[in-house]
Design a protein around this ligand. Structure first.
Ligand code: MRU
Length: 383
């Protein structure tokens, strides 16, 4: 997508004269105040970048992990090194299933290869994972834009479609385009009048700092609102559709996403506002079925994210200030689960469907065949 008129991706492989090229990322902890690119030269760099959320968003975490394994193979291409790299990455962010997906994919492809072929194969596959993510997001964009156009057709001529989104499921959360925001970008470029309500998304404010920045760069009309304003907006008829992303959905269509998503879905249901979720294929956890959403590990992050607010100080530096009394305990759950019954539709890279095993399996028949009878195999540590 565009930043100051230039096309940029969240992660890209950069060549070096010594042949030891590496991935370069946008450090998202500096946005929206500073656009800083950082090179990740070792597996350790990648693990840190994911854990500290310099890279974040389920699809981007998957792509970064694939490069992490490739970098580990360059250091040592043995079976032991491959196993250790997978282990180190697995622990970084437990909720986004794309991380598991990318690790399984890389491990599966590299395991059977002689070690002298692993480095080249790993970098080639990591590039492909990143490229496939772009294709997946573009396809979500095309299917979702059709949903937006259908809804807009019921509005008076020229009136903007009012879209509400939560957290950041734009291009910063993926390699390019994003998931929930891909339909917005495509429809906007096609000339559909629209406006996006951006929910700030405490505690880390991915909506206020990342989604707002993306939309601004792309020239999409938007307004940032506190998280707790969203129910009011919906009840007073100012929202035509809610679209969020997901970090993992079960095969039955229960949606795990950034904390606060469930509250938006319940308000949307009460107000009769359609609630859609943008879903890349690698975000579907086929091992979890009906009633098994609590098998998704919910990441709990450090207390400082809630206790402090980070922003640009008057002297131009990025600083944190405490907003709760010293000594008050804090709970910081990163994600929640929205039951499938509250979701109007899933916008996948293969089309739009109602949430449920049958409809998802129709779109992804290869997974259904591979995973039937294997519930729980790769689901990670249950919460
Ligand atoms: O904790 P984050 O910022 O990595 O959370 C991910 C998100 O931005 C959202 O939950 C998003 O909707 C899913 S990723 C497209």
């Amino acid at each position: 997508m565009r930043v100051e008129g230039t096309d940029v991706r969240t992660i890209r492989f950069v060549e070096r004269p010594d042949g030891l090229g590496c991935p370069e990322i946008i450090d998202q902890t500096r946005l929206p105040h500073e656009l800083r690119f950082v090179r990740l030269e070792t597996l350790k760099n990648v693990v840190r970048a994911i854990a500290d959320m310099q890279v974040r968003g389920a699809p981007l975490i998957g792509a970064a992990a694939a490069y992490g394994i490739a970098l580990a193979m360059r250091e040592d291409a043995s079976d032991g090194s491959l196993a250790r790299a997978c282990e180190a990455l697995l622990g970084c962010r437990p909720t986004a299933v794309n991380l598991l997906w990318a690790i399984d994919d890389m491990r599966g492809r590299l395991h059977g290869l002689p070690s002298d072929q692993r480095v080249a194969a790993a970098f080639e596959r990591a590039d492909r994972v990143a490229e496939e993510d772009v294709e997946i997001c573009r396809a979500i964009g095309a299917h979702g834009a059709a949903v937006l156009r259908d809804l807009a057709a019921d509005l008076p001529e020229g009136e903007p479609l009012q879209i509400l989104t939560h957290c950041n499921a734009g291009w910063l959360a993926a390699v390019d385009w994003g998931t929930a925001l891909a339909p917005v970008y495509l429809a906007h470029r096609d000339g559909l009048p629209l406006h996006v309500w951006v929910s700030e998304t405490r505690p880390r404010n991915q909506g206020a700092s990342l989604t707002a920045w993306e939309l601004l760069q792309e020239g999409v009309p938007h307004t940032v609102v506190p998280d707790n304003a969203c129910g009011h907006l919906m009840r007073t008829g100012r929202v035509d559709i809610v679209i969020t992303g997901t970090d993992r959905i079960t095969a039955a269509g229960d949606v795990c996403n950034k904390i606060g998503t469930y509250l938006k879905a319940t308000a949307a249901r009460d107000c009769g506002v359609p609630f859609y979720v943008a879903v890349p294929g690698p975000s579907i956890d086929w091992t979890l079925d009906e009633g098994q959403a609590d098998g998704i590990p919910i990441e709990e992050r450090e207390a400082t994210e809630v206790a402090e607010v980070r922003g640009l100080a008057g002297d131009g530096t990025i600083q944190s200030v405490r907003v709760i009394p010293a000594g008050s305990p804090v709970a910081n759950f990163g994600f929640d689960v929205t039951p499938a019954r509250l979701v109007t539709g899933l916008i996948t890279d293969r089309g739009v469907c109602t949430p449920g095993r049958t409809s998802l399996a129709e779109l992804y028949p290869e997974h259904e065949q591979r995973n039937s009878g294997q519930a729980g195999v790769a689901a990670g540590t249950p919460n």
